[in-house]
Design a protein around this ligand. Structure first.
Ligand code: SAM
Ligand code: SF4
Length: 330
């Protein structure tokens, strides 16, 4: 089902993908995502209810959005997430509903989420060393996340995508161990390496995808994998020896702004049209003041028309992204 009048911006980009941050709260404090001493959480009254999210997502679907990903903060710290999954699953025209999670609570709810209609999940995991994992996440337990991955597979979710943010000098020696580990479940797992994006300042150093591929190629043969695995920015390769599909999401070294098809609805109802831009206004006030769907749709179109051409962050220097990642949702 194609929208007759899709969500198009000044640069001709059509927007079919929406990330929905259901909360800014998180049970981790990942070093690249959140300040060490945490943050002042948004007051609960100021975040979208499940009914409001479902209503807004319905408006986006009416404008041609076909894929929705739930994110956070940590989506699984919000109670009864499967109720939202069920409500979104009922929206005609929504083809794909997925989630990005840190996986810590996934083992306890993977089956319920699958039954509610969630067929795929992305799990973030940056280290296979329990101590380092705890240090990078400031308190997370690796065994719980690995159990969460197993539970997602056991529930029938396919493929499980594992996202690893690689930081120079902090976990860049884990690239090969991660490839090796997930090669054991190559038929049900896709491993993706995400370049660190500096928010507000460059607290860490990113490692460009070409360097990560070179590390992997020192031990394995990588063949380009052209088959589409979603219409996101990842570029996929296949490890010939093990069959594992490995993706690279490289916003700095292989910038993909010109083909960006995504929008981000934050927990407070602000629509973030570009990952780098903290400036877009909120839909929540309009919604609570009684705006009808047509009015909301016009507001969304106007916001999308104001979308930036792209971010100005580079491998070295440039302008960092604005805001705090845990509020934005990745
Ligand atoms: N809590 C969930 C999780 O960790 O998967 C969902 C929210 S998290 C903000 C979404 C994704 O953004 C995660 O894969 C995380 O690793 C990634 N991320 C967070 N901060 C980042 C940064 N500064 N640069 C690149 N990726 C980042
Ligand atoms: Fe929480 Fe995810 Fe950010 Fe880690 S990356 S602090 S798990 S929101």
């Amino acid at each position: 089902m194609n929208a007759p009048n899709p969500l198009i911006d000044r640069f001709g980009r059509v927007h079919t993908y929406l990330r929905v941050s259901v909360t800014d709260r998180c049970n981790f404090r990942c070093v690249y995502c959140m300040p060490e001493d945490g943050m002042a959480w948004m007051p609960k009254a100021d975040i979208l209810s499940y009914e409001e999210i479902a209503r807004l997502v319905g408006v986006f679907v009416g404008l041609g959005v076909r894929r929705v990903r739930l994110t956070g903060g940590e989506p699984l710290v919000r109670a009864d997430l499967e109720l939202l999954v069920e409500a979104l699953g009922r929206l005609p025209g929504l083809d794909d509903l997925t989630m990005t999670t840190n996986g810590h609570r996934l083992a306890g709810c993977a089956e319920r989420l699958y039954a509610a209609g969630m067929r795929r999940v992305n799990v973030s995991l940056d280290s296979l060393n329990p101590e380092r994992f705890a240090a990078l996440t400031r308190g997370g337990r690796l065994d719980k996340v690995l159990d969460g991955l197993d539970a997602a597979r056991a529930a029938g979710m396919r493929p499980v995508k594992v996202n690893a943010v690689i930081l120079r000098g902090e976990n860049d020696d884990e690239v090969l161990p991660l490839v090796e580990h997930f090669s054991n479940t190559a038929e049900s797992t896709v491993l993706r390496f995400i370049e660190y994006m500096p928010f507000e300042a460059r607290w860490h150093q990113s490692v460009p995808a070409r360097e990560l591929r070179a590390k992997i190629s020192a031990r394995y043969t990588l063949d380009r994998h052209e088959e589409s695995l979603g219409d996101g920015p990842a570029v996929y390769w296949r490890v010939r020896e093990t069959g594992l599909i490995v993706g690279f999401i490289s916003p700095l070294s292989e910038k993909f702004c010109s083909t960006c098809n995504r929008l981000r609805l934050m927990a407070d109802g602000r629509l973030r049209t570009c990952l780098s831009d903290d400036g877009t206004p909120s839909l929540l006030a309009m919604l609570r003041e009684g705006a009808d769907d047509a009015t909301l749709a016009r507001a969304v179109r106007a916001m999308v028309l104001g979308k930036r051409e792209g971010h100005g962050c580079m491998e070295e220097g440039g302008t960092p992204f604005e805001g705090v990642m845990t509020r934005v949702g990745g």
